[in-house]
Each structure stands twice: as structure tokens, then as C-alpha cells.
Design a protein around this ligand. Structure first.
Ligand SMILES: Cc1cc2nc3c(=O)[nH]c(=O)nc-3n(C[C@H](O)[C@H](O)[C@H](O)COP(=O)(O)O)c2cc1C
Length: 501
């Protein structure tokens, strides 16, 4: 903020000829703090290395007095190479406006195209065609389970009754995941526009965005975006002169991971304790306050205006936004075409481990996902290929681990997370995660026997098969996938006599 404020002071001087604005995240987080300089079509990303805000503002002043900012790279800063794999291999369609527009200024978003697709959809007045486009695009939910979005929309649209509800799941609780946060902080109107189009398609009049309290900046920007969209007539009654009315409100959750699960989330919106319930009935049939409800993830909604703008052919297979963390040289948020290989993402784009250690595993899907061994790095990142490896695409958190990582330790970390976050409603999850963690800790203390290892495997399968909701059903995945791909790490921790049995 200090950099923004000081540069804005310089820009305000008469005749400066420049505009300074705050934007959302550009993506290459490990190079941050970052700012971009746009001259005509040329946009350069600049990484601040050792300058203070005051020094930079002085340099900006000097550069302006010299005439142009075209080649300007202040002292203590570095210009990022746009041809570097991290930037060049991306296809930024959902994140296109993130880092470009001021997310707190609706007119800036509108001049970059916000709400044009909603306008066109309302003018065409054909909800079936909207659902058909989503169905034919093959778009699958970006929140984890990968359910076909068009099918979900068609189910909600077909439900009887005049009152329906819409929910945006912005709970984003996976450790190492910050994709939805990036979208909401950088371009909140893309999500609001996607929600309004979805509401028109399924016939919903009211919506909720459920967001965790740990995202104060995203909450503030969303609040502002909603107020501005209401003021401008993009939300509210008779939107854009049509007969369609839709409004929405924010619900701030206290940060329980299980509240990302759709039935727990619905309870939380209703003011009840955030615990899941068995499905069916699915939210499409019996959702918020018993009404048919469409629930989609932030990134799923943000895809909708893009799909309309590009059309089926140019949209193609679509993209996925990932957050890259762990043992990587370049961490941050990227958007790549679905089907990009894991190797391209973690080796070429993220640069692999910083000290050239070999990669041992890549964790995808957070506590509900699993670990992919280095031997499978050429796998295309799509829903089905990752599932075949015992993990999931999940919401997009990707944690890279180098050869020094003990995979039993990793499994224990995720199990501790699931144990802590289990709501305790069903016994397999409540007691199973405790027992599984104890077995993993016993292994790490080198006190486990072969019988313990067998028990770990059996109990993992029981918890997976018997738990009430996705939290318990997937909590054993980090154990099962590491047992499958990294069994040697487990065997090496058995008591010496036991390992040879
Ligand atoms: C324990 C648990 C946590 C979840 N957390 C999230 C979350 O933070 N965000 C999200 O979009 N979906 C989350 N989901 C998936 C949702 O239940 C739901 O499938 C999703 O919001 C549907 O949206 P989509 O079809 O657009 O992916 C979670 C599921 C489980 C079981």
C-alpha cells in the first residue's frame, strides 16, 4: 500500500500523464512484491527487490521527467521476462483481468468487458441455450469433485417451484490453496457476473457467497463489488432492463474446513451448526432453506462469462487455476489449459526444487487428495488421469516435495488436519481419523509393527467407505496414495525385526 500511495502522489502532479491503480495478484508470488507498467500494448511486470516505496516514487518522478516509462526499470528492481515459462506457458482466460483492473472500481472492470456477457444473455432471453452451452463446453466443477456443471444446472432448472437459490462456495480450506482468493481479490465482478448468468439459467432469485473469515481482503472487495453492481443495476430488480431480478449477499464462515462441504455449508448459511447430512437429497432438490439450490465454486462461476465471450471453439477444453507451493523455485498462481502435463507445471513453470534436488512427489487435492510420484510426472493434469493415480484434481492446490521428504510424515500431517477438522458427527470419521493419526505417529516413532501397517491400511479403507461426507471419505486418501506409491517409506520406519518379516 505504501508503494501504491507514494506512486499515486507522483501521478497526481499536474501533467504526469500516468494513472496509478491498485490491482489484484499477478501470480508470480515468489517474485513479489510486484507492480506492472503498461505503456500502450506493452505490459511489464516488475519485481521489487531492495527498493523502498519512497525510493521507487522518486525514481518514478525522475523517469517521468525523462519522458517515458517504456524501458523503465527502477534501481533495486527487476523486470520479469514475459517469455519465462512461468508466464509464457499460461493461458489466462479466467485470470485475464487479475492484475490488470482495479478490483474496487466497477467502471474499470466494465471497460475491460465485465457484465457484457450478462447483458447479452439477458437480451437473448434463452435460459435453455445458456445451460446447453455450459453442458456442451464440458465444464466440470472446479471446487473438487469435478461434477459436470451443465448437468447440475439442468437439474436445478428442472426442479418445480418458483423460488430457487444460488450459492457460491468460496470456503477454500485446503492447505496450500489460494486460487479462489486470487480470483475474488483480483476480479470479483467475474464471479458476480457468472453467478447472475447462472441464476438466470436455472431460475434463481437470490444468491449467497459463502466465504471464510480468514479472507478479509477478498471479503472487503466482494462487499464493495456487490454494492457497486447493485448501484449500477447489474444486481437487483429488472437487471439491464430485462424482467430478470437477482440479488445476493455475503455469508462469512468462521473457517471450519467441513463447511466447504455443500450440505454443511447450507446448514451454516441457514444459521445452523455447520455439519453435513447424508445425500440424497442433493442441494439441487433440497438446498438452502429447503429450496432447490445451485452450488458452484468460485472458479466455476468465473468460467461462465469467459465461456460466453470465447464461444465453444475458442474456449476449447478450458483451463484450471493452480496454486503452486512447497519445494519449488517459483511459487504462485497459474492458469494452464486442462491436460497440461504435471512435469510442465512443476518442473518447467515452477522450476522444480530450488537447489536442484529431485522431485519426489506432487500433492494435489489437499487433504482429500493424494501424492503423485515423480515417475508419473508426465501425466496430463485432468480429472480422470489424476483419479487413476489415486488422487484428485481438487480445487487446485499443488504442493511439490523434494527427495528429502518423508511421505509418512506428509500423510501424518494431512491426517492431523482431517482429525482436527472432522465435525465429529459420524463415528468412522470422528474416531477413525484419531486412530489413523496414532498409527502414523507410531510409525514415525519407529515403534510400529507389520500388524500396525496392515491395520493402517484396513482402517483407511473402512473410514473411506463408512464415513458420512466427503471429509471422512477422502481423509484416508493421503495414506492410501502414499502407501501405493511410496511403500518403501513406510517399510523403512518399521521396527528393524519387523521390516524383514
Ligand atoms: C470437506 C470438504 C470441503 C470442501 N471444500 C470446498 C471448498 O472450499 N470450495 C469448494 O468450492 N468446494 C468444496 N468442496 C466441494 C463442495 O462440496 C461442492 O462439491 C462444490 O462446492 C460444488 O461446486 P463445483 O461443482 O463448482 O465444484 C468441499 C467438499 C468437502 C467434502
Amino acid at each position: 500500500m505504501a508503494l501504491l500511495d507514494r506512486c499515486a502522489e507522483v501521478a497526481q502532479q499536474p501533467g504526469s500523464g500516468i494513472t496509478v491503480k491498485g490491482v489484484g495478484c499477478h501470480g508470480p508470488c515468489s517474485d513479489g512484491p510486484l507492480f506492472s507498467v503498461a505503456c500502450g500494448d506493452e505490459v511489464r511486470l516488475i519485481s521489487v527487490q531492495s527498493s523502498s516505496a519512497s525510493e521507487l516514487a522518486m525514481e518514478l518522478q525522475e523517469a517521468l521527467s525523462r519522458g517515458s516509462l517504456r524501458e523503465w526499470v527502477p534501481r533495486g528492481c527487476r523486470s520479469l521476462d514475459p517469455q519465462s515459462p512461468f508466464l509464457a506457458l499460461q493461458r489466462r482466460i479466467v485470470l485475464e483481468r487479475c492484475g490488470q483492473i482495479d478490483p474496487e472500481d466497477l467502471s474499470d472492470a466494465e471497460s475491460a468487458g465485465a457484465y457484457q456477457q450478462l447483458n447479452a444473455v439477458l437480451a437473448a432471453n434463452n435460459p435453455e441455450a445458456v445451460i446447453d452451452l455450459v453442458r456442451r463446453s464440458g465444464l466440470r466443477g472446479r471446487g473438487g469433485a469435478g461434477y459436470p456443471t451443465g448437468l447440475k444446472w439442468a437439474t436445478v432448472a428442472a426442479m418445480p417451484g418458483a423460488e430457487k437459490r444460488l450459492v457460491c462456495n468460496a470456503d477454500e480450506g485446503d492447505p496450500g490453496a489460494f486460487m479462489d482468493r486470487t480470483i475474488l481479490e483480483g476480479d470479483p465482478h467475474s464471479v458476480l457476473e457468472g453467478m447472475a448468468i447462472a441464476a438466470f439459467a436455472v431460475g434463481a432469485q437470490h444468491g449467497f457467497i459463502y466465504i471464510r473469515a480468514e479472507y478479509p481482503l477478498a471479503i472487503a472487495r466482494l462487499r464493495r463489488a456487490i454494492a457497486q453492481a447493485q448501484q449500477q443495476g447489474w444486481l437487483g430488480t429488472t437487471i439491464a432492463g430485462s424482467r430478470f431480478s437477482f440479488d445476493l449477499e455475503l455469508r462469512v464462515g468462521a473457517g471450519a474446513y467441513v463447511c466447504g462441504e455443500e450440505t454443511a455449508l447450507i446448514h451454516s448459511i441457514e444459521g445452523q451448526r455447520g455439519v453435513p447430512r447424508p445425500r440424497p437429497p442433493y442441494p439441487a432438490e433440497h438446498g438452502v432453506f429447503g429450496l432447490p439450490t445451485l452450488i458452484n465454486n468460485v472458479e466455476t462461476y468465473a468460467n461462465i462469462p469467459v465461456l460466453h465471450r470465447l464461444g465453444l471453439e475458442r474456449y476449447g477444453v478450458g483451463t484450471k487455476v493452480f496454486s503452486l507451493t512447497g519445494h519449488v523455485s517459483r511459487s504462485g498462481v497459474i492458469e494452464v489449459p486442462i491436460g497440461t502435463s504435471l512435469r510442465t507445471i512443476v518442473e518447467t513453470m515452477a522450476g522444480g526444487p530450488p537447489d536442484h534436488k529431485p522431485i519426489k512427489a506432487v500433492q494435489t487435492g489437499g487433504p482429500s487428495g493424494g501424492c503423485i510420484p515423480a515417475a508419473a510426472l508426465d501425466t496430463p493434469v485432468d480429472y480422470d488421469s489424476l483419479q487413476a493415480l489415486g488422487t484428485i484434481m481438487g480445487s487446485g492446490g499443488m504442493v511439490v516435495m523434494d527427495s528429502t521428504t518423508n511421505m509418512v510424515d506428509v500423510a501424518a500431517y494431512f491426517m492431523a488436519f482431517s482429525r482436527e477438522e472432522s465435525c465429529g458427527k459420524c463415528i468412522p470419521c470422528r474416531t477413525g481419523t484419531v486412530q489413523l493419526e496414532l498409527l502414523l505417529r507410531k510409525l514415525l516413532a519407529r515403534k510400529a509393527t507389520v500388524a500396525d501397517l496392515e491395520q493402517l491400511e484396513r482402517l483407511s479403507e473402512t473410514v473411506r467407505d463408512a464415513s458420512l461426507c466427503g471429509l471422512g471419505q477422502s481423509a484416508p486418501k493421503p495414506v492410501l496414495s502414499t502407501l501405493r506409491h511410496f511403500r518403501a517409506d513406510y517399510l523403512a520406519l518399521l521396527q528393524p525385526l519387523e521390516a524383514s518379516r
